[in-house]
Design a binder for this molecule. Structure first.
Ligand code: FE
Length: 288
């Protein structure tokens, strides 16, 4: 792991608003917290959804997500703890576990299942949905399992550890890079009494979600299990975080697509007609 001296920012973004997730269930009855809901899709374009899951009660996760379709976007599953088996109609199969990421580009369509491969213990992580630009919504599906050891990491002089899942932070390039949406996805571990700064292009929408401890941004506290939407301001070149206790959070940013978003469950397209086509293709076995 590399040690990095982080650059000081000219101006940090602040917190525009705090969001508390909504407890819900999905799949065959998996309990989760929907943090980024449909109402925030415009504000946090190109991101469509963020679910946080975390439980040591198998009843909350054991049923998993049996066969279901997706079209028109990418799903990024980050497993902090636990094991999940993935299978899809394109013939891909993989085991997602402890610190690993599964990045799936649904494109024109996949049908897949995500089933826990554990009967007890903790399952904790996130699923993030990233939109595809209109001209790429119908591309061939793609997917990659990224084991924890393949996720680039660095430590700052202050002792903050950063896992770079996507994009670039303090000169370290992440496991995945994407044009069009330019996603930045960091998992940041801050010991008590540390500060951390990373650049974010002023054009990007960005948010943080705290899953341990509490973080301060420009004097505003973001508590555990809260999302903080970072303000967009032309004079800000990134964000500076400080933690007075041991804190862990994800930071997510991306370049907005500024296109129409029409969602029907697992299909996210630009027009109602494209949604009808997706449903029709799914019903007639043409989606996968
Ligand atoms: Fe899925």
């Amino acid at each position: 792991m590399q040690t990095i001296t982080t650059k000081t920012l000219r101006q940090s973004r602040g917190i525009e608003r705090l969001v508390t997730g909504i407890a819900t269930s999905d799949g065959a009855g998996v309990k989760l917290t929907r943090v980024l809901t449909g109402k925030l899709q415009r504000r946090l374009d190109p991101y469509l959804m963020l679910d946080a899951f975390g439980s040591d009660d198998p009843d909350d996760y054991i049923a998993g997500f049996p066969d279901h379709p997706h079209r028109g976007f990418e799903t990024i599953t980050y497993m902090l703890s636990g094991r999940m088996r993935h299978r899809d109609s394109a013939g891909h199969e993989g085991l997602l576990q402890n610190g690993g990421v599964q990045w799936m580009t649904a494109g024109r369509g996949v049908i897949h299942s995500e089933i826990p491969e554990q009967e007890d213990g903790v399952m904790e992580g996130f699923q993030l949905w990233l939109n595809l630009p209109s001209q790429r919504k119908m591309i061939e599906p793609w997917y990659r399992d990224i084991p924890s050891t393949d996720i680039p990491e660095y430590t700052t002089d202050a002792g903050v550890t950063v896992r770079v899942i996507a994009g670039e932070s303090n000169g370290v390039s992440g496991a995945v890079n994407r044009e069009h949406t330019e996603p930045l996805y960091l998992d940041i571990h801050m010991p008590a009494g540390t500060e951390f700064a990373t650049a974010i292009p002023a054009t990007h929408n960005a948010f943080i979600y705290v899953y341990r401890g509490v973080v301060e941004v420009n004097g505003s506290a973001v508590a555990v299990q809260r999302m903080g939407i970072l303000e967009n301001r032309a004079d800000a070149d990134g964000v500076t975080l400080s933690a007075s206790q041991d804190t862990r959070l994800i930071l997510v940013a991306g370049k907005p697509l500024n296109e129409e978003i029409v969602q029907y469950g697992p299909f996210v397209m630009n027009t109602q007609e494209q949604i009808h086509d997706a449903i029709d293709d799914f019903r007639n076995g043409r989606l996968a």
